[in-house]
Design a protein around this ligand. Structure first.
Ligand code: ATP
Ligand code: MG
Length: 270
């Protein structure tokens, strides 16, 4: 939490900051400069990890064109109800707002800059979130329009940065962290995802992308590593059944890692 904040920022202040809704206690962005490192997966499983601790949790899928939360989460809420009312879907107890519940999976959402920014703000302000201890926002990759809207205009309590351990991904992922700092928002910590995995045949650990990069980034920015999630080959079963791995296999190594990350987040933002 004690990350040094640069004194000058090239960004203009938000014209009208959005007020935090009364019922929401903590708003957390899950961010990375790099795509495909597991932001959406971490977001969904952190949500269920926090839920299992007894918190009320929501997820906002701010990746409007690459929405994934409606694929990671099944819902029993009738889709017609979601399409006509601004209510989040009830997904295993997590309240999820995603464009994916409004459109069929394969339908492309073809939006450009201002539409994206307005869409994100509308999704945040118009969704009837009710009472939440944590609202997690799943960001698209990169550091441009969508991220600027979320980090600058939405009343965030902080951001969690996701990276994989290899040097290319981590160098680009780190830009998500420095964007938070530039915009004077707290960095809650870093999640190192897709760390080593265990060979299903011989049981030995395989060091796929290396390790420890998140620790280096954390030291550079005086923040902490919230947890390391292994590559879990059963994750594909979770996704295929639209059930986060923390619910499908709560005793797996990856689920235990997500539980630990939930504990770390609850310690930082109780
Ligand atoms: N720990 C893991 N073990 C195995 N597979 C994983 C793990 N984390 C993520 N994946 C898989 O990696 C792929 C990318 O994950 P995900 O979509 O969550 O990344 P992302 O950062 O949100 O991507 P984008 O930048 O496109 O939004 C998915 O197929 C997901 O199932
Ligand atoms: Mg994603």
């Amino acid at each position: 939490m004690n990350t040094p904040v640069p004194q000058s920022s090239p960004y203009a202040p938000a014209p009208k900051p959005i007020k935090k809704p009364d019922g929401i206690r903590h708003i957390i962005a899950v961010i990375s400069g790099k795509g495909g490192v597991g932001k959406s997966t971490v977001c969904a499983n952190l949500a269920t990890a926090l839920l299992r601790r007894g918190s009320k949790v929501g997820v906002m899928d701010a990746d409007l064109t690459g929405h994934s939360q409606s694929i990671l989460f099944n819902t029993k809420t009738p889709l017609a109800e979601l399409r006509h009312n601004a209510i989040p879907a009830d997904c295993f107890g997590v309240k999820v707002a995603s464009f994916g519940f409004l459109y069929p999976d394969a339908k492309s959402v073809i939006w450009r800059g201002p539409m994206i920014s307005n869409g994100i703000k509308s999704l945040f302000m118009q969704t009837q979130w009710g009472e939440l201890d944590y609202l997690l926002i799943d960001l698209p990759p990169g550091t441009s329009d969508a991220q600027l809207t979320i980090i600058r205009d939405i009343p965030l309590d902080g951001g969690i940065v996701v990276t994989t351990p290899d040097s290319l991904a981590s160098a680009v992922a780190e830009r998500g962290l420095t964007m938070l700092l530039e915009l004077k928002k707290p960095v809650l910590g870093i999640v190192e995802n897709m760390c080593d995995t265990v060979c299903p045949h011989c049981g030995k650990a395989i060091d796929v992308f290396g390790e420890g990069v998140a620790g280096d980034i954390a030291r550079r920015h005086s923040t902490e590593v919230l947890g390391r999630v292994p590559i879990d080959t059963t994750m594909r079963n979770a996704t295929a059944s639209r059930t986060p791995i923390t619910i499908l296999s709560p005793n797996s190594q990856s689920s235990k890692a997500f539980t630990g990350i939930g504990e770390a987040v609850a310690r930082i933002l109780p």
